[in-house]
Design a protein around this ligand. Structure first.
Ligand code: PLP
Length: 383
């Protein structure tokens, strides 16, 4: 009996999904049922008590006065910029090494994105590059806390304050991350979060939020998300429908108290990968600067080039290890952003990262046996 159990565990551990959301929802099922029932019973599907309660709790978690929940992180970027007064004729600086939504937010606000290169070690915005992109039209910067690690916020804030430029943090991958003891989402005038299912705090569908201490920005985002209306059928400005569903807010409300514990598990898994992969030839491991406390939304390694990466991915696949690439095409080389006027060679570090990065399985429920299997398979693949 014990032998067959051990065998089945070994077999199970040999399969490593990139992320396992089913397990998390299974573990939380009783709590979720309890939280979702009142939404159905009261038919409070739109901006009901679950939304208000989640907003209050998430604002407290992040450490901002306001959290305005929205339909997605993309909507958060879009509406935050408008609420900050950014629009046509304005320029917003961000990075090419990000998920496309960062730049979509700028485009939907009617502004123009100006891209700057990232730091080759942290993969986040390189402060030294900011002067190159600055013009009299620069109104904001969006640093992205990529993979769950804060950009160099003290230096970015110092630069922005000196220039009188607003900072909007793209914290969509960084719920709970810190830089020198300060929470992601509390550095700039506002910050954007995504609750896409695979995020460190994920809904059972779409979700996002703007967090801010600025009353006027919060109020404007609240108006914009709900048809420009404070009172039913009275519309003060042209808005949109970007509200978070109460059902999603209820799910997020159940999950939020677990976020720190899940982030801690992610950090533990990251430390385990780093320790076990240290010194492996042909691999670059994540760099964590002094004072940074990342939450490892993703654990990224770099290999030599895209051909090696394809071979490594194929080999890992054959060993039932799923991996990802975040992201294979930098924003400046996306057809959608041809109008920005960039071309190949403009951001060599971002382009090189796009060819080399590989995301290993990362989720709180990952087991040590699964990590060992990933590590062993990766070592074999690189031989
Ligand atoms: C860095 C970054 N910005 C913005 C977004 C957009 O969030 P959403 O998918 O909720 O619209 C994401 C999510 O994928 C992201 O990773």
């Amino acid at each position: 009996m014990s032998v067959s159990l051990a065998q089945s565990q070994t077999k199970e551990s040999l399969s490593v999904p990139f992320i396992d959301l089913k397990q998390q929802f299974e573990n939380l099922k009783p709590e979720l049922d309890k939280a979702l029932s009142p939404v159905f019973q009261d038919a409070s599907f739109i901006l009901g008590p679950a939304v208000k309660s989640f907003e209050a709790n998430f604002a407290k978690y992040v450490g901002t006065k306001h959290c305005v929940s929205l339909h997605s992180g993309t909507a958060a970027l879009h509406l935050a910029l408008i609420a900050m007064g950014i629009g046509p004729g304005d320029e917003v600086i961000t990075v090419p090494n990000t998920f496309v939504a960062t730049v979509e937010g700028i485009a939907f606000a009617g502004a123009t994105a100006k891209l700057v290169e990232v730091d080759p070690k942290t993969y986040n915005l390189d402060v030294k590059e900011l002067d190159k992109a600055y013009t009299s039209k620069t109104k904001a910067i969006i640093p992205v806390h990529l993979y769950g690690q804060c950009a160099n916020m003290s230096e970015i804030m110092a630069w922005a304050n000196a220039k009188g430029v607003q900072v909007l943090e793209d914290a969509c991958q960084a719920h709970g991350a810190k830089d020198k003891g300060k929470n992601a989402g509390t550095f700039g005038v506002a910050s954007c979060f995504s609750f896409y299912p695979g995020k460190n705090l994920g809904a059972a569908g779409e979700g996002g939020a703007v967090c801010t201490n600025d009353d006027a920005i919060a109020e404007q985002v609240r108006l914009l998300r709900d048809h420009g209306s404070r009172k039913k059928y009275v519309h003060e400005i042209v808005g949109h429908n970007f509200r978070l569903d109460s059902l999603q807010a209820a799910v997020l409300g159940v999950k939020l108290p677990y976020l720190d514990e899940w982030n801690e598990q992610r950090r533990k898994h990251a430390a385990s990968y780093t320790q076990k992969l240290a010194g492996v030839e042909g691999l670059v491991l994540p760099h964590v600067p002094e004072g940074s406390e990342p939450v490892f939304h993703l654990y990224i390694v770099q290999v030599a080039d895209s051909q090696v990466r394809q071979k490594v991915q194929d080999y890992l696949n054959s060993k039932n290890v799923s991996t990802g690439i975040h992201y294979p095409i930098p924003v400046h080389l996306q057809e959608a952003f041809n109008n920005l006027g960039y071309s190949k060679g403009d951001f060599e570090i971002s382009e090189s990262l796009a060819e080399r990065v590989l995301s290993l399985p990362m989720f709180p429920e990952l087991t040590e046996a699964q990590i060992n299997h990933v590590v062993q398979s990766l070592k074999e693949a690189l031989k």
